[in-house]
Ligand binder design. Structure first.
Ligand code: BEZ
Length: 208
């Protein structure tokens, strides 16, 4: 099944390093970042998981729960976790799904047979508190992801869910945003009493 933005993230049960979970129950009212890595005991994956563990305070601030997945067995997750702690200077502080039977990987289309028919690609799904998929990413095995970018997207989504705004190229929290075109100037006067700069009628810059 192809999962698209706005679809409900499929629910599942799985064994993880923190016990069996029922995904939707585990998410509760949080945002979620579900991401797959190709294989335990590999270098790029080791750095990605260590960095994600370091971001835990940033995820917590934003009400986000991270959860990793690979098609490795639970005992291998536990063994590899020790290497992550030793080499990346941080213990894993989020669950890792042991998906040896590829049930979740197939549900989320994380195996791309023309890349590899045995392991998952580097997938990311950002899921909102209504369980809707809000971002999908697919990276090749040879390229580690930028998890700061994943945080940045969450910041953009959380801002633009609350206000009738969009965020421009390379936006980061604190930067100016864009008033969405559907908001006419009359409504904008009420929504953005601080005022805005009109570069074109469709390009109005505002400090959120
Ligand atoms: C890595 O994490 O380094 C990696 C994993 C699978 C294929 C290539 C690289």
């Amino acid at each position: 099944m192809t999962l698209r933005l706005g679809d409900i993230a499929p629910d599942f049960e799985a064994d993880t390093t923190e016990g069996k979970i029922h995904f939707h129950d585990w998410l509760g009212s949080s945002w979620g970042v579900l991401f797959s890595h190709p294989k335990n005991y590999t270098p790029v994956c080791t750095t990605e998981l260590g960095y994600t563990a370091k971001l835990k305070p940033e995820f917590d601030k934003r009400n986000v729960k991270a959860i990793g997945l690979s098609v490795d067995k639970l005992e291998d997750h536990h063994g590899w976790s020790k290497d992550i702690e030793e080499t990346q200077g941080t213990a894993l502080n989020f669950p890792l799904i042991a998906d040896a039977d590829k049930k979740v990987a197939n549900l989320y289309d994380m195996i791309h047979p023309n890349a590899s028919d045995t392991v998952t690609v580097r997938s990311v799904f950002i899921i909102d508190p209504n369980k809707k998929i809000r971002l999908t990413l697919t990276y090749p095995a040879s390229t580690g992801r930028n998890f700061d970018e994943i945080l940045r997207v969450i910041d953009s989504l959380q801002l633009t869910d609350k206000q009738k705004l969009a965020t421009p190229v390379n936006w980061k929290p604190g930067d100016d945003a864009i008033i969405v075109p559907a908001v006419k100037d009359d409504e904008a006067k009420t929504l953005f009493p601080q005022g805005w700069k009109t570069l074109k009628p469709y390009l109005r810059i505002v400090k959120p």
